[in-house]
Design a protein around this ligand. Structure first.
Ligand SMILES: *[C@@H]1O[C@H](CO)[C@@H](O)[C@H](O)[C@H]1NC(C)=O
Ligand SMILES: *[C@@H]1O[C@H](CO)[C@@H](O)[C@H](O)[C@H]1NC(C)=O
Ligand SMILES: *[C@@H]1O[C@H](CO)[C@@H](O)[C@H](O)[C@H]1NC(C)=O
Ligand SMILES: *[C@@H]1O[C@H](CO)[C@@H](O)[C@H](O)[C@H]1NC(C)=O
Ligand SMILES: *[C@@H]1O[C@H](CO)[C@@H](O)[C@H](O)[C@H]1NC(C)=O
Ligand SMILES: *[C@@H]1O[C@H](CO)[C@@H](O)[C@H](O)[C@H]1NC(C)=O
Length: 476
């Protein structure tokens, strides 16, 4: 009993304590834009809806009853008034209302009166439909977003029917007797229909992936870490946002820290990306042993004055050409620690701690170890979004080199350090040219991001944006 309780207690901080590393915030502006775009889509879809048949009877006192069926009912015209949608804190969800919806329908009628069968067509108008639907958002055990109907209320103001063909002249005067029944039938069918669509949406959310393979080595885990949070003007979803090395799936030895994305009511949505997400990717590559590089002479550009040849190393390691003259060299570079990104207001920093092992290649192919250096690099950069592109600039770097061990006797690392600094300046200049051009922001099939701004804050990056649904594509 006690050991199992202790186990449970030990698990609690890990199962409940995870802070979301990625937050997505939908503002009221985004909700209203989504509603407006969605209303147009619903209007189009409504015209394709086929209604279930409506049957009933009209009592004609001593003569018996006429049984009628209205069948093949389709919408011919529908004026969807702008619905209202709001964040609904009471149930952590949304409240959607439509009032004054009017729909024109047509279909066929059939009647049975004793042995007399008759039929024809009809036109119907439904006036002043009021509909209120409340849904609650939640999270299932796998971290999917879930949506459930909490309440639905539909009211139909009035119904009018015009019969054509057959003995319609006979029924037309009776409409006032049975339209109450038709109104009730329609009223009863609206909410089950709305609830059916909510179930379809829920099924769709249930099968969505919560993890995505980014390449053959890394997978990104994106389940919800907690229940959605709703206040009067925002919906906040917190996602795990952790990269794993696919083969081992081990957690990094650091945790995501809580952060609060500043309110951006002027934008439709905001995304907060913590440094944890970037560092978990870094850890994934590092723990998989992928952060290493073998440099040999054939990788040095032909125009470069310096080659990986012991005879060319005199200016840096005077004794080397004397001990091993005229041999090609290999450099084994690798990260000594997990490269760590840190976000600070206005700046992205990266600390790299590397080691370089140098070898001489003997004529028989044997690699003779020469020396080992530690190389520490600090990068600091800026990132921003302009013209729909993510751009950046690396502002400064700091490089220090220390000799860890040497098989060829000790030497000063200053000349090599100066050489490496020169080399890194050249590389950075080239990199900054690319970063100035930037990369195009991801674009979805149905929508694109506009007015996007990026801000680097303490521990996270906040990206705020508006979205624009692309014409002709809708939500298909
Ligand atoms: C989910 O991921 C699996 C495997 O990565 C993929 O085959 C499937 O198509 C994905 N499903 C969706 C809905 O994206
Ligand atoms: C240098 O490395 C590349 C890639 O690893 C390899 O293709 C090439 O043969 C190597 N060259 C020498 C001279 O070892
Ligand atoms: C290394 O450089 C020396 C002097 O420049 C040259 O004689 C020698 O052939 C080079 N070694 C190799 C393997 O290219
Ligand atoms: C450079 O990075 C090391 C870790 O690699 C860190 O300890 C040090 O504080 C950094 N220095 C600066 C100036 O950022
Ligand atoms: C290769 O040559 C080096 C230096 O000449 C020598 O020390 C080493 O034993 C040789 N290795 C083999 C496998 O012949
Ligand atoms: C580079 O790093 C070293 C040690 O971390 C530090 O003493 C030095 O001030 C740094 N230089 C710059 C330009 O940041």
């Amino acid at each position: 009993m006690l050991p199992s309780m202790i186990t449970v207690l030990m698990l609690i901080p890990f199962t409940c304590g995870q802070n979301p590393a990625i937050q997505v915030i939908l503002t009221n502006k985004g909700l209203q834009y989504g509603k407006h775009a969605g209303a147009g889509w619903i209007q189009d879809k409504l015209e394709l809806v086929t209604f279930p048949d409506i049957s009933g009877e009209i009592g004609l006192s001593i003569l018996g009853s006429i049984y009628y069926t209205l069948t093949g009912i389709t919408i011919t015209k529908c004026d969807l008034p702008e619905p209202s949608v709001e964040f609904y804190q009471d149930v952590t969800g949304f409240k959607t209302s439509i009032s004054g919806l009017s729909v024109a329908l047509s279909g066929n009628w059939l009647t049975n009166f004793g042995i007399i069968h008759d039929g024809g067509s009809f036109d119907m108008a439904i006036f002043n439909v009021d509909l209120t639907s409340v849904v609650t958002l939640g999270k299932d055990p796998d971290g999917h977003l879930s949506v459930t109907s909490v309440s639905c209320d539909a009211q139909v103001g009035d119904v009018d029917v015009q019969f054509h063909g057959g003995a319609s002249w006979m029924f037309q005067p009776l409409v006032k007797h049975f339209k109450g029944h038709i109104r009730g039938e329609i009223e009863d069918k609206i909410c089950p229909c709305v609830e059916e669509y909510i179930v379809i949406l829920e099924d769709y959310l249930q099968v969505m992936n919560v993890s995505f393979d980014v390449d053959q080595d890394l997978t990104l885990d994106l389940p919800l870490t907690g229940l959605p949070v709703i206040d009067a003007s925002n919906l906040n979803l917190g996602f795990k946002g952790e990269f794993y090395f696919i083969k081992t799936h081990t957690d990094p030895p650091f945790e995501s820290k809580p952060f609060t994305v500043p309110e951006q009511p002027g934008h439709m949505l905001s995304v907060g990306l913590s440094e944890f997400t970037l560092n978990s990717a870094s850890y994934g590559y590092y723990s998989a042993g992928l952060l290493q590089l073998l440099i040999n002479d054939s990788m040095i550009p032909p125009g470069c004055p310096l080659h990986l040849n012991t005879s060319a190393m005199g200016p840096f390691i005077p004794q080397l050409p004397k001990i091993f003259p005229g041999l090609l060299m290999n450099l084994q570079a690798y990260a000594r620690e997990v490269p760590m990104f840190s976000f600070q207001p206005g700046a992205v920093k990266l600390d790299l701690q590397c080691a370089v092992k140098a070898f001489a290649i003997q004529p028989n192919g044997t690699q003779t170890p020469l020396f080992k250096l530690n190389v520490d690099l600090n990068f600091s950069g800026k990132a921003w979004i302009a013209d729909g592109r993510l751009k950046g600039n690396i502002l400064k770097n700091n490089l220090t080199m220390t000799l860890v061990s040497s098989e060829v006797g000790t030497f000063s690392t200053d000349p090599l350090e100066n050489l490496a600094k020169m080399g890194s300046r050249v590389i950075l200049a080239k990199l900054n040219e690319k970063l100035a051009v930037g990369v195009i922001l991801p674009r979805m099939r149905q929508a694109q991001l506009v007015n996007t701004v990026l801000e680097v804050d303490e521990g996270f990056i906040a990206i705020s944006s508006d979205a624009e649904v692309l014409p002709d594509r809708g939500f298909d």
